[in-house]
Ligand binder design. Sequence first.
Ligand code: SF4
Length: 77
Amino acid sequence: MRMWIDQSKCQNSGLCEEEAPELFAVGGDFLAYVREGDEVLDQPGGEASQAEVPDHLVGLAEDCARACPASCIHLVG
Ligand code: SF4
């Protein structure tokens, strides 16, 4: 499964990074980005930057997508 964030809708709540720092990182612009291992996919971000979610973290990613107040975390596949 892959995951991306629509930064144009992110409300800067920081909730995703709080709940799953292994999947998300808030950038210097205060918007959330997906993380793939040690790499934060903030260039360019959005749908063009999709992180592969490891199988053991899929449930957590789904929980975070449901909890996001802006509904801007998208799971694909
Ligand atoms: S939970 Fe949603 S609104 Fe909050 S920082 Fe993460 S992506 Fe943005």
